[in-house]
Design a protein around this ligand. Sequence first.
Ligand SMILES: Cc1cc2nc3c(=O)[nH]c(=O)nc-3n(C[C@H](O)[C@H](O)[C@H](O)COP(=O)(O)OP(=O)(O)OC[C@H]3O[C@@H](n4cnc5c(N)ncnc54)[C@H](O)[C@@H]3O)c2cc1C
Length: 1092
Amino acid sequence: MTTRGLAVEAVTPAASGHLALKKDDVVKILSLHSSGYYMCEGGRAGNKGWVKKGSLTLAKSFIPTANYAAGSDDELSLTSGIRVFGFTTEEEWWFGCNQSGKQGYFPGTFVDSPEPSPTIPKSPPLPSPIPTASATVGNINGNKKPPPPLPKKNAPPIPPAASNRTKPTTSHFENSNPMQESRNMAKGKGNVAVSMPSAPAPASSSPPPSSGSTRNFKGTFPLQFLLWANNMALASAAWMVIFGIFTTLWSDPKHYGCEIGGVAIHKNYLAPLNETATAVICNPNEDDLPDLNGDFGIGLISIFAGIGIYAFEGFGVDDRMWGCYYPSDSFSYTNKVSIRGLVYILLSFPLFAKFPSALSASFLFFTGVVCLYGVHRGEAGDNGRAARAKRKAQAAARGGGGNKGGNKPQGRGGEAGSWSPIKYYRKLVDENKLAIYVWVFLYFFSNALTFFYTLSIWVGSVKTMEQGLLDGTLDTLCDDDTCALNKVIVTKGGISSWGPYAKACGMCLNFNCSLIVYPVVKILLRRLNNIGVSFNNNRTANPTVFAKFFAKPVTRLIPLSKNIDFHKLIAKVMGAFAAGHTIFHFFNYRSASETTLTVFKKWGWGGTAFFTGSLICFSMFFIFTAASDTVRRAHYEIFFSAHHWFVVYFACLLMHGPIYWKWAFVPLSLYIIERVMQERRGDRPYYVNKVEWIDPVMAIQFRPVYKQDFVFKEGQYLYLNCPYINKNEWHPFTISSASSDLATGPRIALETGEEVREVPRPAGMSKSDKWHKYCPVGQDYTKLKPSQLLDKHETGYNDYVSVHIKVHGLDSKVAKSWTRKLKEYFELMNPKRTFPFYLTHRDDRGDIIVGRQRGPDGQQILRVDGPHSAPAEHYANYGTVMLIGAGIGLTPCASILTSMLRYKWKKNYQPEILHFYWMVRQSDIDSFQWLIHLLTSLSHGLKSSREQKQIGPQYYCEINIYITGVSKDPVPVPALRTPENRFQGETTAPSFLASSLYGAMLNPSASSKSQVEVQNGQGSRSAKNRIQDIWIWNGRPDWDKIFKQNKRQRQHESIGVCFCGAPVIGKDLLKNCNKHSSKEEDVVFDLMKENF
Ligand SMILES: Cc1cc2nc3c(=O)[nH]c(=O)nc-3n(C[C@H](O)[C@H](O)[C@H](O)COP(=O)(O)OP(=O)(O)OC[C@H]3O[C@@H](n4cnc5c(N)ncnc54)[C@H](O)[C@@H]3O)c2cc1C
């Protein structure tokens, strides 16, 4: 295989025999010379020539596992099995080229893992003389030498300067090959000038890459805090402009002059002009402009600095995005000091001088601090922005829109030209989107209603106030609060027309700031999720209007699974209203500062409104800037910690908004109850029973000391906390065991935790002799002496809940991620580091019991908060379910399968038909040995239950395993790491053992393209890729065909599709659910999707 290289910069040929390349040219790499030059073919002219090693990014090569049709001009089409090359990657997309050199993007999900890097052949002796170097080359002393003479025919391509060197000191010589050097010396080519080929030229002759084009991004950390700093800088800049405008405006407050819109107020209030004036007098000639703490100059600085920072952070030169451009060879990185951070901090100081600009100055100051911190800890990178920006620009230039997934999901009734409201309505119903649209509409409608209703009330008040001033009807001759306010209105002017807008925004904030809490109150979600569950069984069994209407009414009418999306939507709307509220108040304050302050006081705020308002803005600044997906994915802790500013936010809001407490009482109380319950749930005692490690997945089994503490449904998730690592850090994981595993777990050896099976009574033993012996499942009891068997008291039941955790950050030297720290904690408790690792304790009588509650530090090993609702838990509402899992997203599928096959079918629960689709790369099969064991045991259990008539014929489970990235050559099948389950002594013989399934998976024999044909064909029962009801396929599933087949063979009207895994697959499934759902054919595919 010949690999490819991508020019990272334009390459000018330093000598003849060198290739000229433009940036992003692709070349074939034919060989590598010891001096660090590649012999390449390609470039613009398609010639052969030398290119310096550092000028090329080497490609990784991939074999596509499925065909992919390019969705836009800048994408590459893939053909299954035909190799493509990838240079750079971001978000599951590779930028690369195909074999003919066409460049473009392709989806990483359609290809195998990269092939091992090929060994590039060493450059052979040159086949023909290479033209003389045209460049003047220097020796190690920097002296100029004349161009070297022509090489001898077939002479190896020795770098020109090599002949002169005595010490390999220059960077060029560092690359030279000592073997080659000694051969040259032996041939008399040592210290004397010899004839040598012109190619390749010494490094000194080709210009070093300019620092501007370097892409050296390997830092101590990837961008994390600096991504946050970028968001902070953009937000600070925007507010610097806004507050800068107010700093200038406030330097020139509006003059009241005892007039409203040019008309003098009532004569009663104008005493010097009129003897009938009342006690309160407005004097239009008095120059009493208030000092609003504005300053024209500072305002201008703020505005221009804001624009500058926004431009710098938000844009870039040459697809670079300066805001996130941190090469690791820059001055900042090498010296661990952020120039940008220092500039921001210095720039903030003058802005602190005035109130409006001081607010944005504090934003800028903290941005600078975060910049300094990020650079100090050694973050480097550009977060893939350059590539993304380039791709977007290319897509925009070609009008492609950058549709990654190729075809967009097409719902029924969506054909161009045939749109009608009824069709559209039905499409929404079919796609289960109607509830979402209705809720979003209701939400915006409520906001609009609140806004305009409040606005109309306040506009009315301002008008009444103005009318009072003009009529002279404002009562100022009394002592109550209203009169006090009226006196200020008469002398200083009324609330301006901006005021009502500020109030309308404020009222919408009351509404949104209370609503935002509901979608994250898990106790509420769980309760809503469960309403009407019992009616649901009617839905399929008895499809009457009543049954249909009452089947899960809440989940069908409220899109509960979109809770976080709704939370985010409300946050955005809140941000907009908060900005509006601030801006309108600032305008109003300029026109009527003293009256505004008096109104604030009247409402009981004292002078705190500005202070609490500022703190609210401050909290929002931290929360919003850290809540972006980019920051959350890069470093969850930033998102998590910054989000906790919500405590300050709500505390200040309660003081700031006079009636906010009425709005907030219910949601905040619910939230507080939720947190208290979480703490209390977290304090419940749990035993950790067993930890299993198969790189990179750690399986943990634990159990509550009191069973009622943890009652869950399959598909749900929980939060784990390990106080040894951090008392406040909770991580979500889906439960991978069945709820009944907690009630009737397997019998295990107490000493080791190993699962045991009862040994049958030996033939011929008298019935009067006692016999209760057990043997570990990994051993063959026929080969053990009776004394080696376990007695009943040496065994016990292991009831458990399990989670399977993918451990992150295994490559880094020190443990940074929580999952890795947890693994190391278990290793600490298990110095032998042998897995599975069973934890045990002794009870009061000194007997060994499996499970340990406290770690060496005396704290609980694990705290558990849960269970919590998740989309997959609704699988039980369907007669037929398609369970689809890939990667660690399999955990809910494992839980559901176990529950149905092992327990619930025996009790006649639905779903009756289960299709399980598991996608796994050949190279990852090893880390899923736990699932191979589980599937083997479930299959055997199912067979045995059928034979014993415990499970009826209506129940059916089909398992399809898709192996991707399969190597062409057969793969050796090693022994399984965990011993086989043995089934001796049972009446039902197993159809297969885990090792045979493992072997079949490692070497899949049938292509997934033929799945439907094979499964529907004559010989399907004896197909060689079938093991009991498990089918093993080589390649990716063809969803279109599978959905069609399931539709054709369906026995139930609605089919639940549970998926957990990569969003790209989720999109594909959504497309197919929409495409194959059909009211006419009475079938609905309901997608229940979760992304980790
Ligand atoms: C509902 C749900 C169910 C999940 N189920 C599983 C499962 O069964 N098995 C499994 O291996 N993983 C599961 N995950 C993902 C798992 O929570 C994260 O991989 C884990 O928290 C990573 O933490 P870390 O510090 O080791 O990794 P890091 O390297 O710090 O982060 C890796 C990724 O995990 C995210 N992450 C980090 N901390 C958290 C957190 N406290 N909460 C949410 N996301 C976080 C980060 O944003 C990042 O994208 C699930 C996630 C969710 C939301």
